[in-house]
Design a protein around this ligand. Structure first.
Ligand SMILES: [Fe+2]
Ligand SMILES: [Fe+2]
Length: 474
Protein backbone atom coordinates (compact mmCIF):
# COMPACT_ATOMS: atom_id res chain seq x y z
CA UNK A 1 0.00 0.00 0.00
CA UNK A 2 1.99 3.00 -1.29
CA UNK A 3 2.10 6.37 0.33
CA UNK A 4 1.27 9.40 -1.78
CA UNK A 5 4.29 11.69 -1.51
CA UNK A 6 3.10 14.10 -4.19
CA UNK A 7 0.88 15.70 -1.54
CA UNK A 8 1.81 18.39 0.93
CA UNK A 9 0.90 15.88 3.64
CA UNK A 10 2.05 12.37 2.62
CA UNK A 11 -0.71 9.89 3.36
CA UNK A 12 -2.40 6.63 2.47
CA UNK A 13 -5.88 7.75 3.53
CA UNK A 14 -6.95 9.49 0.28
CA UNK A 15 -6.56 12.87 1.89
CA UNK A 16 -7.02 14.59 -1.50
CA UNK A 17 -10.65 13.40 -1.56
CA UNK A 18 -11.48 14.75 1.90
CA UNK A 19 -11.45 18.53 1.61
CA UNK A 20 -12.60 19.25 5.16
CA UNK A 21 -9.92 17.12 6.70
CA UNK A 22 -7.27 18.40 4.33
CA UNK A 23 -8.12 21.98 5.25
CA UNK A 24 -8.02 21.20 8.98
CA UNK A 25 -4.65 19.48 8.70
CA UNK A 26 -3.19 22.20 6.50
CA UNK A 27 -4.22 24.77 9.09
CA UNK A 28 -2.61 22.76 11.84
CA UNK A 29 0.62 22.10 9.91
CA UNK A 30 2.21 25.60 10.28
CA UNK A 31 1.49 25.47 14.02
CA UNK A 32 3.23 22.12 14.18
CA UNK A 33 6.31 23.56 12.44
CA UNK A 34 6.31 26.53 14.82
CA UNK A 35 6.11 24.11 17.73
CA UNK A 36 9.02 22.09 16.27
CA UNK A 37 11.11 25.26 15.83
CA UNK A 38 10.31 26.51 19.34
CA UNK A 39 10.64 23.39 21.48
CA UNK A 40 11.97 20.68 19.15
CA UNK A 41 15.65 19.64 18.91
CA UNK A 42 17.71 22.65 19.86
CA UNK A 43 20.09 24.16 17.29
CA UNK A 44 19.33 21.48 14.69
CA UNK A 45 17.69 23.57 11.94
CA UNK A 46 20.52 23.28 9.42
CA UNK A 47 21.64 19.74 10.21
CA UNK A 48 21.26 17.19 7.44
CA UNK A 49 20.39 13.96 9.15
CA UNK A 50 20.53 10.46 7.71
CA UNK A 51 16.92 9.51 8.51
CA UNK A 52 14.51 6.83 7.54
CA UNK A 53 11.17 7.96 6.17
CA UNK A 54 8.20 5.63 5.88
CA UNK A 55 7.23 5.05 2.26
CA UNK A 56 4.77 2.21 2.60
CA UNK A 57 2.99 0.36 5.35
CA UNK A 58 4.28 -2.96 4.06
CA UNK A 59 6.46 -4.40 6.86
CA UNK A 60 8.89 -5.64 4.16
CA UNK A 61 10.71 -2.58 2.88
CA UNK A 62 8.57 0.15 4.39
CA UNK A 63 11.14 2.92 4.60
CA UNK A 64 13.91 4.74 2.74
CA UNK A 65 17.03 6.34 4.23
CA UNK A 66 18.41 9.66 3.10
CA UNK A 67 19.78 12.99 4.33
CA UNK A 68 16.95 15.26 5.45
CA UNK A 69 16.69 18.53 7.32
CA UNK A 70 14.36 17.66 10.13
CA UNK A 71 11.85 20.46 9.62
CA UNK A 72 11.51 19.17 6.02
CA UNK A 73 10.83 15.62 7.22
CA UNK A 74 7.75 14.26 5.45
CA UNK A 75 5.48 13.86 8.42
CA UNK A 76 2.37 12.14 7.21
CA UNK A 77 -0.62 9.94 7.89
CA UNK A 78 -0.15 6.23 7.46
CA UNK A 79 -2.59 3.53 8.49
CA UNK A 80 -2.15 -0.20 8.23
CA UNK A 81 -4.33 -1.72 5.47
CA UNK A 82 -8.00 -2.20 6.30
CA UNK A 83 -9.61 -5.60 6.69
CA UNK A 84 -13.21 -5.16 5.57
CA UNK A 85 -14.27 -8.25 7.54
CA UNK A 86 -12.62 -7.25 10.82
CA UNK A 87 -14.69 -8.06 13.90
CA UNK A 88 -14.56 -6.78 17.46
CA UNK A 89 -12.91 -9.58 19.40
CA UNK A 90 -13.36 -8.66 23.04
CA UNK A 91 -15.81 -6.98 25.41
CA UNK A 92 -19.57 -6.64 25.22
CA UNK A 93 -19.58 -6.07 21.43
CA UNK A 94 -17.52 -9.17 20.69
CA UNK A 95 -18.44 -10.67 17.31
CA UNK A 96 -19.90 -7.43 15.91
CA UNK A 97 -18.29 -5.62 13.00
CA UNK A 98 -15.46 -3.23 13.87
CA UNK A 99 -16.49 0.46 13.79
CA UNK A 100 -15.38 2.69 10.93
CA UNK A 101 -16.74 5.73 12.77
CA UNK A 102 -17.03 6.75 16.40
CA UNK A 103 -20.24 5.58 18.11
CA UNK A 104 -21.85 8.53 19.91
CA UNK A 105 -21.89 6.83 23.30
CA UNK A 106 -18.12 6.19 23.22
CA UNK A 107 -17.10 9.50 21.77
CA UNK A 108 -15.92 11.19 24.99
CA UNK A 109 -13.90 8.16 26.12
CA UNK A 110 -12.30 7.60 22.73
CA UNK A 111 -11.37 11.25 22.45
CA UNK A 112 -9.79 11.10 25.89
CA UNK A 113 -7.79 7.97 25.00
CA UNK A 114 -6.52 9.54 21.75
CA UNK A 115 -5.65 12.87 23.39
CA UNK A 116 -3.78 11.13 26.21
CA UNK A 117 -1.76 9.03 23.77
CA UNK A 118 -1.23 12.02 21.46
CA UNK A 119 0.04 14.18 24.31
CA UNK A 120 2.97 11.84 25.06
CA UNK A 121 4.40 12.16 21.53
CA UNK A 122 5.36 15.86 21.45
CA UNK A 123 6.14 15.67 25.18
CA UNK A 124 9.07 13.32 24.63
CA UNK A 125 10.46 15.56 21.87
CA UNK A 126 10.36 18.46 24.34
CA UNK A 127 11.99 16.37 27.05
CA UNK A 128 14.84 15.44 24.71
CA UNK A 129 15.34 18.79 23.05
CA UNK A 130 18.72 19.67 24.61
CA UNK A 131 20.34 16.26 24.11
CA UNK A 132 21.55 17.01 20.59
CA UNK A 133 24.05 19.46 22.07
CA UNK A 134 25.89 16.73 24.01
CA UNK A 135 25.71 13.63 21.80
CA UNK A 136 28.35 10.94 22.47
CA UNK A 137 28.74 10.35 18.70
CA UNK A 138 27.22 11.14 15.31
CA UNK A 139 25.65 7.69 15.31
CA UNK A 140 23.85 8.44 18.58
CA UNK A 141 22.91 11.94 17.46
CA UNK A 142 21.24 10.48 14.39
CA UNK A 143 19.34 7.95 16.49
CA UNK A 144 18.08 10.70 18.79
CA UNK A 145 16.82 12.70 15.83
CA UNK A 146 15.20 9.63 14.28
CA UNK A 147 13.26 9.05 17.48
CA UNK A 148 12.32 12.76 17.60
CA UNK A 149 10.92 12.95 14.06
CA UNK A 150 8.98 9.72 14.53
CA UNK A 151 7.43 10.98 17.78
CA UNK A 152 6.46 14.03 15.73
CA UNK A 153 4.83 11.70 13.21
CA UNK A 154 3.02 9.87 16.00
CA UNK A 155 1.56 13.22 16.98
CA UNK A 156 0.34 13.60 13.38
CA UNK A 157 -1.24 10.14 13.61
CA UNK A 158 -3.32 11.12 16.65
CA UNK A 159 -4.16 14.55 15.21
CA UNK A 160 -5.48 12.85 12.08
CA UNK A 161 -7.91 10.80 14.21
CA UNK A 162 -9.02 13.86 16.19
CA UNK A 163 -9.58 16.01 13.12
CA UNK A 164 -11.17 13.33 10.99
CA UNK A 165 -13.57 11.85 13.53
CA UNK A 166 -14.21 14.38 16.31
CA UNK A 167 -15.29 17.54 14.51
CA UNK A 168 -14.80 20.81 16.26
CA UNK A 169 -13.70 19.40 19.65
CA UNK A 170 -11.20 17.28 17.77
CA UNK A 171 -9.72 20.36 16.11
CA UNK A 172 -9.53 22.12 19.48
CA UNK A 173 -7.81 19.14 21.08
CA UNK A 174 -5.35 19.01 18.16
CA UNK A 175 -4.47 22.63 18.83
CA UNK A 176 -4.09 22.02 22.58
CA UNK A 177 -1.58 19.23 21.90
CA UNK A 178 0.79 21.94 20.66
CA UNK A 179 0.07 24.25 23.61
CA UNK A 180 0.81 22.06 26.61
CA UNK A 181 4.56 21.81 27.31
CA UNK A 182 6.52 19.16 29.18
CA UNK A 183 7.35 20.34 32.69
CA UNK A 184 5.45 23.64 32.32
CA UNK A 185 4.09 24.85 35.67
CA UNK A 186 0.87 26.24 34.20
CA UNK A 187 0.13 23.98 31.24
CA UNK A 188 2.03 20.71 31.65
CA UNK A 189 1.71 17.48 29.67
CA UNK A 190 -1.05 15.15 30.87
CA UNK A 191 1.00 12.28 32.34
CA UNK A 192 3.66 12.48 35.07
CA UNK A 193 6.57 10.73 33.37
CA UNK A 194 6.24 13.10 30.43
CA UNK A 195 6.88 16.10 32.64
CA UNK A 196 10.14 14.71 34.03
CA UNK A 197 13.47 15.94 32.71
CA UNK A 198 15.63 13.86 30.39
CA UNK A 199 18.81 15.66 31.43
CA UNK A 200 21.51 13.47 29.89
CA UNK A 201 22.11 10.56 27.54
CA UNK A 202 21.95 7.86 30.20
CA UNK A 203 18.47 9.19 31.03
CA UNK A 204 17.65 9.20 27.30
CA UNK A 205 18.62 5.55 26.91
CA UNK A 206 16.62 4.58 30.01
CA UNK A 207 13.68 6.62 28.74
CA UNK A 208 13.68 4.99 25.31
CA UNK A 209 14.08 1.56 26.91
CA UNK A 210 11.34 1.92 29.54
CA UNK A 211 9.06 4.78 28.54
CA UNK A 212 8.95 4.03 24.81
CA UNK A 213 8.15 0.48 25.89
CA UNK A 214 5.15 1.86 27.77
CA UNK A 215 4.28 3.32 24.36
CA UNK A 216 4.56 -0.14 22.83
CA UNK A 217 2.14 -1.64 25.35
CA UNK A 218 -0.36 1.21 25.15
CA UNK A 219 -0.27 1.15 21.34
CA UNK A 220 -0.58 -2.63 21.27
CA UNK A 221 -3.69 -2.41 23.51
CA UNK A 222 -5.16 0.30 21.23
CA UNK A 223 -4.29 -1.75 18.14
CA UNK A 224 -7.02 -4.17 19.38
CA UNK A 225 -9.65 -1.40 19.46
CA UNK A 226 -13.11 -1.83 17.98
CA UNK A 227 -12.61 1.65 16.49
CA UNK A 228 -10.84 0.44 13.37
CA UNK A 229 -9.04 3.67 12.34
CA UNK A 230 -7.43 3.77 15.79
CA UNK A 231 -6.42 0.12 15.53
CA UNK A 232 -4.88 0.62 12.10
CA UNK A 233 -3.00 3.80 12.95
CA UNK A 234 -1.52 2.43 16.17
CA UNK A 235 -0.47 -0.77 14.39
CA UNK A 236 1.67 1.26 12.06
CA UNK A 237 3.09 3.34 14.94
CA UNK A 238 4.30 0.09 16.54
CA UNK A 239 6.56 -0.51 13.53
CA UNK A 240 8.39 2.72 14.33
CA UNK A 241 8.39 2.13 18.10
CA UNK A 242 10.63 -0.94 17.80
CA UNK A 243 13.59 1.23 16.79
CA UNK A 244 13.07 3.55 19.77
CA UNK A 245 13.36 0.65 22.18
CA UNK A 246 16.40 -0.62 20.28
CA UNK A 247 18.08 2.75 20.82
CA UNK A 248 17.44 2.44 24.56
CA UNK A 249 18.40 -1.18 24.97
CA UNK A 250 21.56 -0.99 22.88
CA UNK A 251 22.46 2.38 24.42
CA UNK A 252 22.44 1.00 27.97
CA UNK A 253 24.26 -2.15 26.78
CA UNK A 254 27.05 -0.02 25.35
CA UNK A 255 27.33 2.01 28.55
CA UNK A 256 27.62 -1.24 30.51
CA UNK A 257 30.18 -2.61 28.09
CA UNK A 258 32.38 0.43 28.59
CA UNK A 259 31.93 0.43 32.38
CA UNK A 260 32.81 -3.27 32.55
CA UNK A 261 35.89 -2.67 30.42
CA UNK A 262 37.11 0.07 32.79
CA UNK A 263 36.37 -2.07 35.86
CA UNK A 264 38.39 -4.93 34.36
CA UNK A 265 41.28 -2.71 33.30
CA UNK A 266 41.51 -1.15 36.76
CA UNK A 267 40.55 -4.40 38.53
CA UNK A 268 38.15 -2.46 40.72
CA UNK A 269 34.50 -2.06 41.58
CA UNK A 270 35.09 1.18 43.49
CA UNK A 271 32.62 3.70 42.01
CA UNK A 272 35.02 6.58 42.67
CA UNK A 273 37.78 4.92 40.61
CA UNK A 274 35.36 4.01 37.81
CA UNK A 275 34.17 7.60 37.73
CA UNK A 276 37.69 8.97 37.81
CA UNK A 277 38.38 6.89 34.69
CA UNK A 278 35.48 8.62 32.93
CA UNK A 279 32.98 5.75 32.99
CA UNK A 280 29.61 5.51 34.73
CA UNK A 281 29.70 3.28 37.82
CA UNK A 282 27.16 0.45 38.03
CA UNK A 283 25.47 1.97 41.11
CA UNK A 284 24.57 5.09 39.16
CA UNK A 285 23.26 3.00 36.26
CA UNK A 286 21.11 0.98 38.69
CA UNK A 287 19.72 4.19 40.26
CA UNK A 288 18.79 5.59 36.85
CA UNK A 289 17.12 2.27 36.08
CA UNK A 290 15.17 2.42 39.38
CA UNK A 291 13.94 5.91 38.60
CA UNK A 292 12.86 5.32 34.99
CA UNK A 293 11.29 1.97 35.78
CA UNK A 294 9.21 3.32 38.64
CA UNK A 295 7.97 6.49 36.91
CA UNK A 296 7.16 4.46 33.80
CA UNK A 297 5.09 1.79 35.53
CA UNK A 298 3.02 4.63 37.02
CA UNK A 299 1.94 5.46 33.45
CA UNK A 300 -0.32 2.40 33.40
CA UNK A 301 -2.59 4.12 35.93
CA UNK A 302 -4.35 3.02 39.12
CA UNK A 303 -4.26 -0.72 39.91
CA UNK A 304 -8.04 -0.70 40.14
CA UNK A 305 -9.91 1.48 37.71
CA UNK A 306 -13.52 1.54 36.61
CA UNK A 307 -12.41 3.42 33.49
CA UNK A 308 -10.17 0.53 32.53
CA UNK A 309 -13.18 -1.80 32.86
CA UNK A 310 -15.35 0.50 30.74
CA UNK A 311 -12.68 0.90 28.05
CA UNK A 312 -12.37 -2.87 27.77
CA UNK A 313 -16.02 -3.87 27.96
CA UNK A 314 -17.04 -1.25 25.45
CA UNK A 315 -14.28 -2.39 23.05
CA UNK A 316 -12.18 0.78 23.08
CA UNK A 317 -8.94 -0.71 24.40
CA UNK A 318 -7.98 -4.38 24.55
CA UNK A 319 -5.23 -6.22 26.36
CA UNK A 320 -1.71 -6.73 25.06
CA UNK A 321 -1.93 -9.50 22.45
CA UNK A 322 -5.66 -9.92 23.05
CA UNK A 323 -5.93 -12.28 20.10
CA UNK A 324 -3.37 -14.72 21.50
CA UNK A 325 -5.21 -15.22 24.81
CA UNK A 326 -7.39 -18.23 25.28
CA UNK A 327 -9.99 -16.93 27.77
CA UNK A 328 -13.50 -15.68 26.88
CA UNK A 329 -12.34 -12.07 26.07
CA UNK A 330 -15.23 -10.74 28.15
CA UNK A 331 -13.67 -11.35 31.61
CA UNK A 332 -16.86 -10.98 33.66
CA UNK A 333 -16.59 -12.84 36.95
CA UNK A 334 -12.83 -13.32 36.61
CA UNK A 335 -10.36 -12.02 39.18
CA UNK A 336 -6.79 -10.74 39.26
CA UNK A 337 -4.31 -10.23 42.08
CA UNK A 338 -3.19 -6.71 42.96
CA UNK A 339 -0.83 -5.55 45.71
CA UNK A 340 -1.92 -3.73 48.82
CA UNK A 341 -0.28 -2.64 52.05
CA UNK A 342 -2.13 -3.37 55.27
CA UNK A 343 -0.73 -2.68 58.74
CA UNK A 344 2.69 -2.06 57.28
CA UNK A 345 2.74 -5.40 55.44
CA UNK A 346 2.65 -5.91 51.72
CA UNK A 347 0.01 -8.39 50.63
CA UNK A 348 -2.11 -9.38 47.68
CA UNK A 349 -5.83 -9.25 47.14
CA UNK A 350 -8.10 -10.60 44.44
CA UNK A 351 -10.19 -8.05 42.62
CA UNK A 352 -12.48 -8.23 39.58
CA UNK A 353 -10.21 -8.59 36.56
CA UNK A 354 -12.07 -5.99 34.52
CA UNK A 355 -11.20 -3.37 37.12
CA UNK A 356 -7.58 -4.54 37.23
CA UNK A 357 -6.79 -4.24 33.52
CA UNK A 358 -4.30 -1.43 34.11
CA UNK A 359 -2.46 -3.82 36.40
CA UNK A 360 -2.66 -6.61 33.81
CA UNK A 361 -1.02 -4.35 31.21
CA UNK A 362 1.55 -3.14 33.76
CA UNK A 363 2.46 -6.75 34.56
CA UNK A 364 2.88 -7.53 30.85
CA UNK A 365 5.15 -4.51 30.57
CA UNK A 366 7.15 -5.62 33.61
CA UNK A 367 7.74 -9.07 32.10
CA UNK A 368 8.99 -7.54 28.84
CA UNK A 369 11.19 -5.00 30.67
CA UNK A 370 12.80 -7.61 32.88
CA UNK A 371 13.71 -9.73 29.86
CA UNK A 372 15.82 -6.82 28.55
CA UNK A 373 17.46 -6.29 31.94
CA UNK A 374 18.51 -9.93 31.64
CA UNK A 375 20.15 -9.12 28.29
CA UNK A 376 22.00 -6.21 29.94
CA UNK A 377 23.23 -8.60 32.61
CA UNK A 378 24.67 -10.82 29.89
CA UNK A 379 27.01 -7.93 29.04
CA UNK A 380 28.30 -7.95 32.63
CA UNK A 381 28.47 -11.74 32.69
CA UNK A 382 30.43 -11.84 29.43
CA UNK A 383 32.90 -9.34 30.88
CA UNK A 384 33.44 -11.71 33.81
CA UNK A 385 31.81 -9.44 36.40
CA UNK A 386 29.59 -10.76 39.19
CA UNK A 387 27.48 -7.60 39.64
CA UNK A 388 23.99 -7.58 38.13
CA UNK A 389 21.28 -5.02 37.47
CA UNK A 390 17.75 -5.70 38.69
CA UNK A 391 14.31 -4.19 38.33
CA UNK A 392 13.18 -2.65 41.61
CA UNK A 393 10.06 -3.97 43.33
CA UNK A 394 6.77 -2.99 41.68
CA UNK A 395 5.83 -0.90 44.73
CA UNK A 396 9.08 1.07 44.80
CA UNK A 397 8.77 4.87 44.36
CA UNK A 398 5.20 4.77 43.13
CA UNK A 399 3.11 7.91 42.83
CA UNK A 400 -0.10 6.47 41.36
CA UNK A 401 -2.55 3.83 42.58
CA UNK A 402 -2.84 1.98 45.88
CA UNK A 403 0.95 1.85 46.29
CA UNK A 404 1.43 5.62 45.95
CA UNK A 405 3.47 7.09 48.75
CA UNK A 406 4.39 3.78 50.34
CA UNK A 407 8.01 3.71 51.49
CA UNK A 408 9.34 0.59 49.84
CA UNK A 409 12.93 -0.45 49.27
CA UNK A 410 13.93 -1.62 45.77
CA UNK A 411 14.10 -5.18 47.12
CA UNK A 412 10.51 -5.02 48.38
CA UNK A 413 10.61 -4.21 52.10
CA UNK A 414 8.26 -1.64 53.59
CA UNK A 415 10.68 0.80 55.25
CA UNK A 416 10.38 3.64 57.74
CA UNK A 417 10.59 7.29 56.75
CA UNK A 418 14.01 7.40 58.44
CA UNK A 419 15.35 4.48 56.44
CA UNK A 420 13.94 5.96 53.23
CA UNK A 421 15.65 9.26 53.93
CA UNK A 422 18.92 7.56 54.79
CA UNK A 423 18.91 5.32 51.70
CA UNK A 424 17.21 7.45 49.07
CA UNK A 425 20.51 8.48 47.48
CA UNK A 426 21.48 4.78 47.18
CA UNK A 427 18.18 3.96 45.51
CA UNK A 428 17.44 6.92 43.25
CA UNK A 429 19.80 9.21 41.33
CA UNK A 430 21.01 12.04 43.57
CA UNK A 431 21.92 15.57 42.49
CA UNK A 432 25.56 14.42 42.73
CA UNK A 433 24.86 11.53 40.32
CA UNK A 434 23.22 13.89 37.83
CA UNK A 435 26.12 16.32 38.16
CA UNK A 436 28.63 13.54 37.55
CA UNK A 437 26.81 12.17 34.49
CA UNK A 438 26.38 15.72 33.17
CA UNK A 439 30.14 16.23 33.50
CA UNK A 440 30.72 13.37 31.03
CA UNK A 441 28.38 14.62 28.34
CA UNK A 442 29.87 15.52 24.92
CA UNK A 443 29.49 16.51 22.20
CA UNK A 444 31.61 14.11 20.14
CA UNK A 445 30.98 14.98 16.51
CA UNK A 446 33.78 13.37 14.50
CA UNK A 447 32.56 10.36 12.43
CA UNK A 448 33.53 7.09 14.12
CA UNK A 449 34.55 8.72 17.43
CA UNK A 450 32.72 7.93 20.68
CA UNK A 451 32.65 9.54 24.13
CA UNK A 452 34.72 7.68 26.72
CA UNK A 453 31.72 6.51 28.78
CA UNK A 454 30.09 4.47 26.02
CA UNK A 455 31.30 1.69 23.70
CA UNK A 456 30.73 1.96 19.93
CA UNK A 457 27.82 -0.09 18.54
CA UNK A 458 28.54 -3.40 16.80
CA UNK A 459 26.91 -2.17 13.59
CA UNK A 460 25.89 1.08 11.92
CA UNK A 461 22.46 2.11 10.68
CA UNK A 462 21.02 0.64 7.46
CA UNK A 463 24.19 -1.46 6.88
CA UNK A 464 26.41 1.62 6.87
CA UNK A 465 29.71 1.55 8.75
CA UNK A 466 29.86 2.84 12.33
CA UNK A 467 32.06 5.75 11.16
CA UNK A 468 29.54 6.85 8.53
CA UNK A 469 28.74 10.58 8.54
CA UNK A 470 25.25 10.20 10.04
CA UNK A 471 24.77 13.93 10.51
CA UNK A 472 26.16 16.73 8.32
CA UNK A 473 26.33 20.14 9.89
CA UNK A 474 25.09 22.98 7.68
FE1 LIG B 1 5.52 7.54 19.92
FE1 LIG C 1 8.62 6.10 20.73
Amino acid sequence: MAIDYTQKIPNNVNLADDRTLQRALEQWQPNFITWWDDVGPEGSTNHEVYLRTATSVDPQGWAVFDYVKMRDYRWGIFLNPADAERQIHFGDHKGEKAWQDVPGEHRANLRRIIVTQGDTEPASVEQQRHLGLTAPSLYDLRNLFQVNVEEGRHLWAMVYLLQKFFGRDGREEAGALLERTSGDANNPRILGAFNEKTPDWLAFFMFTYFTDRDGKFQLAALAESAFDPLARTTKFMLTEEAHHMFVGESGVSRVLQRTAQVMNELKTDDPALVRAAGAIDLGTIQRYLNFHYSVTIDLFGADQSSNAATFYSSGLKGRYEEGKRSDDHVLKGQTYKVLEVQNGQLGEKEVPMLNALNEVLRDDFIKDSIAGIGRWNKVLEKAGLTQRLAAPHKAFNRKIGALAGIRMSPDGRVVSDEEWKAKESEWLPSPADFAFVASLMGPVLEPGKFAGWIAPPAMGINKNPVDFEYVRFG
